[in-house]
Structures are given as C-alpha cells and as structure tokens.
Design a protein around this ligand. Structure first.
Ligand SMILES: NC(=O)c1ccc[n+]([C@@H]2O[C@H](COP(=O)([O-])OP(=O)(O)OC[C@H]3O[C@@H](n4cnc5c(N)ncnc54)[C@H](O)[C@@H]3O)[C@@H](O)[C@H]2O)c1
Length: 356
C-alpha cells in the first residue's frame, strides 16, 4: 500500500497488543501516532514498548487531531459505539473490535453514522479472514457440499470464565457473556460461509448457572482476562452458557456454547452438514472433509498455506479506507450477526421464538 496511514490505538490491553499493534507495525507506511488508555500506565507503557506515538488518557482529546487517519477501537464493549461514532463524526475511519456493541440498537446507530459520515467502519470479526474458513466458503460456493441444510456449532468450554467479576462478566460493561463474547465469532463465520442467508427467526436460552456463585466457582488452570477480575466486589450477571436455533431461508443453525459447563472436556468446532459432503472445522484450526466415493465414506484432511487472520483483517481494513469500498467485515456485514445475538437474548428473556 503506497498511502501513508497514521493510526490511533484506543484501549491498550490484550487485543491491542496481540493483534492490532503488531500487525499495523508489519505494514510499511503505517505509523502509530497515539496510544490511548484510561489507565495512564498502559498508554505510557505502549509508547515505551513500541518506541513511537504519544500517550493520551482521554480519547476525546484526539477528536480534533490532524495526524490521525484511522482508529482501532480496542476498549471493552461498552465504549465501542461511543468511541467509534465520535471518531467517525470527526472524519476518521474506524476498525472496532467485536462484538461492535452491546445491543442491536447501538450496532444500527453505528451503521447509520458510518453511512451519514461516509466513513469506513469495520468490525473485528477476524475469522472472515481465516484461511480454513475461506477454504470452506469456497467449497460451499462451488457446490462441493451439495445443499448445506444445517450447521451445528459447539463453543463449550469446561472452565473458561474470563476475569470473573470484572468487565467481561458484567452486563453493564459487556452486554452479555459467552454468546456475545465467544459465540459472536462462531455465528459470524457461519453466516459468512453460508453467504449471509436471509434470517427468519431465533429461539434460544441463555443461562447463568455457574458463574453467579463467584466465591465457590471452581476453575482449573488459569483464567483469561484475569487482570479484569474482581473477586471481592465483582458481579457475574451474564450468560455462562447458551443454546439456540436460528432459522434462515437456507440452512438452520443450532448451537451449544458455554464458558463453564460440567462436562468432560471443552469442544470448539463447527459442523457444516451438506447433502453431498460435510465439514468439521476445529475453531481457529484445520478442517476435515467427509464425503462418499465408490461406496465408501472418505475423510480428507486438507493441507494448505495459511495466513494470519489478524494481519489480513488489518490489511483489508486499510485497503478499504483507500478504495472506499466496505470490506467483508464492514458494519453492514456484521448487522445480521448482531440480529442473531439480540434475537437469542430476547428469545431467552421472553421464553419464545422471535422473528429476526
Ligand atoms: N477479535 C478477537 O479475537 C478478540 C480477542 C480478545 C478481545 N477482543 C475484544 O477486544 C475488546 C478488548 O478486550 P481485551 O481483552 O483487550 O480487554 P483488556 O481489558 O485487556 O483491554 C481493554 C483496554 O481498554 C481500556 N479502556 C477501557 N475503556 C477505555 C476508554 N474509554 N478509552 C481508552 N481506553 C479504555 C482498558 O483500560 C484496557 O486497558 C473487547 O471488546 C473484546 O471483546 C477481541
């Protein structure tokens, strides 16, 4: 890319350090001009670690800055809409982490702002850039699976509640639990592979059966996002497990997801069930292809060169800011996923199937 990009990172936590910053820095002509975090040490440390940019502790100080072209929003979910909308109104293109927002209404506000301001707004649904995911999408598009009539996904962890009592487990901060945090990735990649079929209805149940009892929660090993935990005063008022059925004009989708279930071991996969063949994708891994040949059920384990999905995500976002064409992770593509998340939570609250 020949254009020069000046980048502001808003929120200097895990995803900023593991995905956004290193991948921006891989790309020539990219300069990170600001690191912003409400915890000042985190912004200061980022400046020191990467040897570039200025530290800022309130993103609003950057709304008038001329040395910013694009912004990565890497805060917790509650700040995604307000920060993204403020920067779009300030004339900046935005890459906002998933799940875009806590509610569908907020996601639609973000989409409306992107249209009004003619800004690019991409969401961090990185699996759309995964090599295996795109190989499966190609197989489906080529008809190699026949009619894909059902997709089942399991995102069930035996013990994986993040930062118990902190911002990931509080509804006011996160909007929800395992469905909006983890399920969002699985459901979004399924819709992407299926070619984003028209959605009809959602029926589901979100549970809070294990995490509510913070003091007695038994977990083995570590806890991701432990730095956000607050065992003393924190609350857990989000879903630690969820099940659901989505009807579309094409395949149905069903799922069983959990941050914590009393099961033997975790299961993280997606089964695409077609009339000619089936595929099982190990989440963030390889896939197997099951088909009939000469009266035999064959299993293939394809091998292929892979690319880093975070790097592809960042490159695609930057490219879209040049072409002014929304990319495959643009807010428009994310809205159907947001409708499913909202639909499952509404269905659970109302104890009935809801129209999407
Ligand atoms: N795409 C992925 O695979 C992926 C993986 C992990 C996390 N995420 C998403 O990234 C987001 C952040 O998660 P994380 O694990 O990095 O959390 P984190 O707690 O490690 O980092 C978040 C940072 O944002 C800062 N922050 C909060 N509000 C702010 C504000 N108003 N202005 C500036 N800084 C602010 C916090 O102080 C913290 O340093 C979440 O929305 C999460 O869902 C995505």
């Amino acid at each position: 890319m020949s254009k020069k990009f000046r980048v502001a990172i808003i929120g200097c936590g895990t995803i900023a350090h593991s995905a956004h910053i290193p991948n921006y820095l891989k790309i020539e002509n990219v300069e990170i001009t600001y690191f912003c975090d409400i915890i000042p040490e985190r912004a200061d440390e980022a400046v020191k670690k990467y040897g570039c940019g200025k530290a800022v502790y309130d993103y609003r100080e950057l709304l008038g800055a001329e040395d910013i072209d694009v912004v990565s929003v890497c805060t917790h979910n509650d700040y995604h809409p307000v920060v993204s909308i403020d920067f779009m109104r300030a004339g900046k293109d935005v890459l906002c982490e998933k799940p875009a927002a806590k509610t569908l209404a907020e996601v639609l506000d973000m989409q409306k702002t992107a249209r009004e301001t003619r800004r690019m707004l991409s969401i961090g649904v990185c699996n759309r850039f995964g090599t295996a995911v795109n190989k499966i999408k190609d197989l489906i598009d080529n008809g190699d699976l026949g009619e894909v009539y059902h997709v089942y996904t399991a995102f069930r962890r035996q013990r994986s509640i993040p930062g118990l009592g902190g911002c990931f487990t509080r509804k006011d901060s996160a909007g929800g639990g395992v469905l909006i945090d983890t399920g969002v990735h699985y459901l979004d990649l399924i819709l992407y592979c299926l070619g984003e079929p028209k959605l009809l209805s959602a029926s589901g149940k979100a549970y809070n059966k294990i995490g509510w009892d913070i003091q007695n929660y038994v977990y083995s090993g570590g806890m991701w996002a432990e730095h956000t935990a607050d065992f003393e005063n924190g609350v857990f008022d989000v879903d630690d497990a969820v099940t659901g059925l989505i009807r579309t004009e094409g395949a149905t989708i069903s799922f069983n997801g959990a941050w914590a279930q009393n099961i033997a071991e975790s299961e993280n996969y997606i089964d695409f069930l077609g009339t000619k063949a089936g595929v099982r994708l190990a989440y963030c891994g390889n896939f197997k292809f099951y088909h009939i040949k000469n009266g035999m059920l064959m299993t293939s384990e394809p091998a292929y060169n892979t690319k880093d999905f975070y790097e592809e995500e960042i490159r695609s976002f930057l490219e879209s800011t040049v072409t002014r064409e929304p990319n495959r992770a643009s807010i428009d593509h994310f809205v159907p996923t947001a409708k499913i998340l909202q639909g499952i939570y509404d269905s659970s609250d109302q104890n009935r199937e809801v129209t999407l």
